[in-house]
Design a protein around this ligand. Structure first.
Ligand code: FAD
Length: 317
């Protein structure tokens, strides 16, 4: 086969998917700004996605997966290769019937967490309400082990259905994912579905919990700004074994409310680096680096970025 790039239509045009070349990727993130993807693909079936993975793997074409873009910054350079989004019904459904194999509910990797939490209350399933208000797809929530004061994603994952970048489909048990604080040892590839271990409970109680968790988030975080949530992980204090608030360290270092170009540290929550409407995504990265340096100088603590950064040069760490 002759050399192909992501933009060579014969890489994907016989598969059951839709593809957009030079797609505005940054606009699909919660920053609503940033660069383009060489090709953005929405597969309609697992088979189509599997074939695409195999072909990209054979051709050495980079493949990335975009969830809801709520923990992602795409630099203005954009990215080469294929970006996959699991937006088709085949990847977004939830089966609210408990399966005979171990009391699990199957949800697609592209399903959105927020509507799922509301739906789970309607169906009387406990577990998801602890994640209320977190913008995420199921795949993104698993990859990041999204969570907060009330619990994390790891607590409800029984197993995942995974497609490797070479196109191998496997089921991986939660224990093998080594979940930790905002960490999941997910092998390179795509979460196409998850089996969630939810328990049945009183819908009214679940609804009440959901409201409580959502209200807590709305009162403590600038949910309407263009951001990706917390920029940095809360660092572990080796003497106490507890996590310190990165937001507090940023505040103490005098960086709360500071702006750089079109990016600013939220005056509401020091760990949220937000972007003005139509701002430059690269300003966010520059400000995050400045904040990191200032905190290091002030407290001697090196903050580790939680937000994932994609750029043409590769993923920025
Ligand atoms: C206003 C706001 C509030 C937030 N609050 C919280 C919070 O309280 N707690 C918290 O933990 N986070 C929070 N976040 C961050 C974000 O919601 C989480 O990190 C979430 O898990 C991101 O999911 P996503 O689908 O948007 O992933 P994306 O941002 O699209 O992607 C993140 C990573 O996951 C990978 N990924 C996405 N889908 C898949 C898949 N199907 N298979 C494999 N890998 C995949 C991507 O490749 C990327 O590496 C917040 C963000 C915002 C904007």
């Amino acid at each position: 086969m002759r050399t192909m790039t992501a933009a060579t239509p014969s890489l994907w045009n016989d598969l059951d998917l839709s593809a957009e070349m030079n797609a505005p990727l940054g606009a699909l993130t919660w920053y609503r700004s940033g660069g383009r993807a060489e090709v953005l693909v929405h597969p309609n079936t697992v088979d189509a996605l599997q074939s695409l993975c195999q072909r990209c793997h054979e051709m050495g074409i980079a493949m990335r997966v975009l969830g809801l873009g709520a923990n992602l910054l795409v630099t203005e350079s954009g990215v080469d290769g294929v970006v996959v989004r699991l937006s088709a019904p085949a990847f977004c459904g939830a089966n609210w019937l408990i399966r005979a194999d171990g009391e699990t509910i199957r949800v697609g990797g592209g399903a959105q967490l927020m509507p799922l939490t509301a739906e789970s209350a309607r169906h009387g399933f406990e577990g998801l309400s602890a994640l209320a208000g977190i913008p995420a797809s199921i795949g993104g929530a698993i990859r990041m082990n999204a969570g907060g004061a009330f619990g994390d994603t790891a607590a409800i994952v029984h197993s995942i259905e995974h497609l490797s970048l070479a196109g191998e489909r496997t089921t991986i048990a939660a224990a093998a994912l080594d979940f930790g604080y905002r960490h999941c040892a997910l092998p390179a590839g795509i979460v196409i579905a998850a089996n969630l271990a939810l328990t049945q409970g009183d819908p009214e109680k679940i609804r009440k919990h959901l409201k409580e968790v959502s209200a807590y988030k709305k009162n403590t975080q600038p949910m309407r700004d263009n951001s990706a949530g917390c920029m940095f992980k809360n660092p572990l204090d080796p003497t106490t074994g507890r996590r310190e608030s990165a937001g507090k360290l940023i505040d103490l270092a005098g960086m709360k409310g500071i702006a750089l170009g079109s990016a600013y540290v939220s005056p509401v929550h020091g760990n949220f680096i937000a972007l003005k409407n139509g701002g430059c995504a690269d300003d966010v990265l520059a400000l995050a680096t400045a904040v990191q340096l200032r905190v290091l100088e002030h407290s001697g603590i090196r903050l580790e970025r939680e937000v994932i950064v994609w750029s043409k040069k590769g993923d920025v760490s």
